[in-house]
Design a protein around this ligand. Structure first.
Ligand SMILES: [Ca+2]
Ligand SMILES: [Ca+2]
Ligand SMILES: [Ca+2]
Ligand SMILES: [Ca+2]
Length: 480
């Protein structure tokens, strides 16, 4: 639960990141046989379409570790000897094995890059993931490049944060995989050490669609299982393609109610998953066709979410609609990640009383890094919610609140921080085009408490938009 609360906080306060958080702790350089010669494997004829859809769910690359790669069997791995930078033209060719390509290596001198080549064929989905064993706390990047060396997609990995790229191939050309230190990759001087090792895998998977899926009645079922609600978070990748003027609909049903569905909108472009067509409107509907959540992703939203317990019965299906943009690129695919969380921010307890500053909902603190408060509520037109929490003089608090930015139908949500004398310290009204985050680099500065006592966050609706639930979320993090 705490992990999810932190995730929400990261979503709200830190904002966009296309990296996954991993929890792997068992990577060690001893797992890597860096001097292993290349083993030529016979090609195995198994088209991507034979891969079951389940392969792209929970047992997938998020959890990949260097040791996992070793477990696959050393004779499956194409090990690359250390070499000076050579570029994609001299990449190590990796042989497919049942829709899987694997490799590994070491960054053992500044500036070393490694290049591998795979041939996944045209119009196939691949998930490229990599893990690093980085004792020096130096990140690495994996980039997919075309035969001309042009970057197609990219992600970053660190010791506790595996990298992953979800990509759809546009043609039959081979794909070059480049592994480099982040510092070197971005133009700085690499500072690699012999301890810096990596392993990658590329897996061919099915997409999530079976066209036509252009309306609610023909929505594609997503592989959501009863693991949802089984005391753990669960996530599902959605891999789709845009067709001009035709929506894509997906549906899922949970027999147990998860507390919150969050849909992460993966960033597009060659510095992310590589689609050349950005996401636009994304909706969540209930079975009655009512909009629960809606974002126009061209405003830069990180994602959208909806508290399922507030809006949905235990066995009612939910629907997601993806609307194509007016102009499609040459490789118009998109990726979403659904996360079903059992933990959620504390919900407002007294909707009527908390209209008044004298009877706020008291936010419950919890630890982690520093002291944190995460809470949420509904904010229909004319509603005001007050939340209280304590600060000590000179403590620094970062504060973030999201309504329309996570798909709610709250118009012009106003957030005010009141000090113990109930004087306004800082205030801001949320807009559709920017996150409301009070921190370094945010929409307004972090708060430094001027006195010790009970502070209030006053959250007031400016009205209702036409559609969407009226849920908001806030996070307050007090620096240790
Ligand atoms: Ca489609
Ligand atoms: Ca469609
Ligand atoms: Ca309320
Ligand atoms: Ca209220």
């Amino acid at each position: 639960m705490r992990t999810w609360l932190c995730l929400l906080f990261v979503l709200l306060v830190v904002g966009c990141s296309d990296s996954e958080s991993g929890t792997d702790t068992d990577m060690s350089s001893s797992d890597m046989a860096s001097d292993m010669p290349t083993v030529d494997m016979p090609a195995v004829d198994m088209p991507a379409s034979d891969m079951p859809a389940d392969d792209m769910s929970s047992d997938m690359p998020d959890d990949m570790t260097v040791s996992d790669m070793s477990d696959m069997g050393s004779d499956m791995m194409d090990m690359e000897a250390d070499m000076a930078p050579t570029g994609c033209a001299a990449a190590t060719v990796v042989t497919e094995n049942n829709g899987l390509w694997t490799g590994s290596g070491a960054i053992d001198a500044p500036g070393v890059r490694h290049y591998f080549q795979i041939e996944p064929g045209a119009d196939n989905w691949i998930i490229a993931s990599f893990a690093v064993d980085d004792d020096q706390a130096i990140n690495m990047t994996m980039a997919l490049r075309d035969t001309n060396g042009q970057q197609l997609a990219k992600d970053t990995a660190a010791a506790f944060n595996n990298g992953r790229i979800l990509y759809r191939t546009a043609n039959t050309d081979p794909i070059c995989i480049e592994i480099a230190e982040t510092t070197d990759f971005e133009g700085g001087t690499g500072t690699g050490t012999p301890d810096d090792t990596f392993a990658f895998q590329v897996l061919a998977v099915n997409g999530s669609e079976s066209e036509p899926n252009d309306d609610l009645a023909s929505a594609d079922d997503l592989p959501v299982t009863n693991d949802v609600g089984n005391n753990r978070d669960f996530d599902v990748q959605v891999l789709g393609e845009f067709e001009t003027g035709m929506d894509d609909w997906f549906t899922f049903q949970t027999n147990q109610v998860a507390l919150r569905l969050a849909i992460e909108l993966y960033q597009q472009g060659p510095d992310a998953n590589g689609s050349d067509t950005p996401l636009g409107d994304v909706y969540i509907y209930d079975a009655g066709g009512n909009v629960l959540s809606h974002v126009d992703a061209t405003n830069g939203m990180f994602g959208l979410s909806v508290p399922m317990t507030e809006t949905n019965g235990a066995n009612d299906p939910l629907y997601v609609r993806v609307v194509p943009p007016a102009q499609l690129g040459a490789n118009p695919f998109y990726t979403l990640q659904f996360t079903f969380a059992n933990g959620d921010n504390e919900f407002e307890a007294n909707e009527a009383a908390n209209n008044n500053a004298g009877t706020p909902d008291v936010a419950t603190p919890f630890g982690g890094i520093g002291r944190n408060y995460f809470f949420q509520g509904n904010l229909p037109a004319n509603d005001i919610d007050h939340w209280s929490f304590d600060l000590t003089a000179a403590e620094v608090a970062t504060i973030s609140c999201s309504g329309v930015r996570i798909g709610s139908g709250i118009d012009a949500m106003n957030v005010q921080l009141l000090d113990p004398a109930q004087q306004v310290v800082q205030q801001e009204t949320e807009t559709v085009s920017a996150d409301l985050t009070w921190r370094d680099g945010g929409s307004m500065p972090a708060i430094t408490a001027g006195s010790t006592g009970t502070y209030l966050l006053r959250i007031a609706s400016g009205g209702d938009l036409a559609a969407g639930s009226k849920n908001y979320q806030c996070g307050v993090q007090v620096a240790p």
